[in-house]
Design a protein around this ligand. Structure first.
Ligand code: DGL
Length: 270
């Protein structure tokens, strides 16, 4: 096995929502070491400017490159929309860079040609039109209907899900005319897997709910396999770095990673 194969996978997000993606990756690739970076000092990214998200993303990549990551996964739709191209250029040949949007667009090409597909996400993700551009480039006759749903992230972080409040907010958003007639719905934010079941119920299981975390994890595995970069050695434990620390962030990791993890404070700017 090459030295590179034994290097960790870096994953970053604006905070701890990207742990849903880290969880999916760990489930599929248990032998890999993950180094997760949550930019808790700057969350939420969803309503930040593109320039600010780009600056944070580059700083975080520096941290992950210093840890010799073989692959960097941008586990945040807002950062994928705002900073992927720049990050890819910056990282160059030092690591492979993945985002959470392209694997979903590939999935649409394979399974949803000529369909009407819905997208929900933060303002940054939806207003960037990145999904629309990529879907148009496919030329597969997919009609994309998008709606920014900015209340969902704070709602989930405050623990409001699977209750009356979340049912009512979800129903209001999904009932919006912008999403009328969709045959499937992309969860375009890494927080949303937590409300996937409620969304499925809203549609009485008649609409496929596309969870990018699982699709992205499969794409990563395929890439590592194809390039002989799967690890087979015993590696150190996963690490979870955050740019700002509070006890409540640590408690919330359980929501997103299914088990509580110990967070290490790692300021981006000293
Ligand atoms: N994780 C972010 C995303 O996927 C949402 C949270 C935020 O706004 O920072 O878009």
């Amino acid at each position: 096995m090459s030295k590179k194969a034994a290097s960790p996978i870096g994953i970053f997000d604006s905070g701890i929502g990207g742990l849903t993606v880290a969880h999916a990756v760990k489930k599929l690739l248990p032998q890999e070491q993950l180094i997760y970076f949550g930019d808790t000092a700057h969350l939420p990214y969803g309503d930040k400017s593109t320039a600010a998200i780009q600056a944070y993303s580059i700083k975080i990549c520096d941290v992950l490159l210093r840890q010799n990551c073989k692959l960097i996964l941008i586990a945040c739709n807002s950062a994928s929309a705002a900073a992927f191209e720049l990050v890819k250029e910056y990282v160059g040949s030092k690591a492979k860079v993945f985002n959470v949007i392209d694997p979903v667009v590939d999935y649409l090409r394979e399974h949803h040609a000529n369909k009407t597909v819905g997208l929900i996400g933060t303002k940054q993700t939806v207003n960037s039109n990145v999904y629309q551009k990529k879907v148009d480039d496919l030329g597969e006759g997919i009609q994309l209907k998008s709606l920014a749903t900015p209340l969902l992230v704070p709602m989930i972080e405050e623990g409001f899900y699977k209750n009356q409040v979340s049912h009512s907010i979800i129903a209001t958003y999904l009932g919006h005319e912008a999403l009328a007639g969709v045959q499937s719905l992309i969860l375009g934010c890494t927080h949303y897997p937590l409300i996937k079941e409620e969304i499925k119920q809203y549609y009485a299981n008649q609409v496929e709910v596309i969870d990018s975390s699982e699709i992205v994890a499969k794409a990563l595995k395929a890439y590592l396999e194809f390039n002989n970069l799967l690890n087979s050695e015993k590696l150190p434990d996963d690490r979870f770095l955050v740019s700002d620390y509070t006890k409540s962030f640590e408690h919330a990791t359980k929501l997103f990673f299914r088990k509580e993890v110990e967070l290490e404070k790692y300021p981006l700017w000293e």
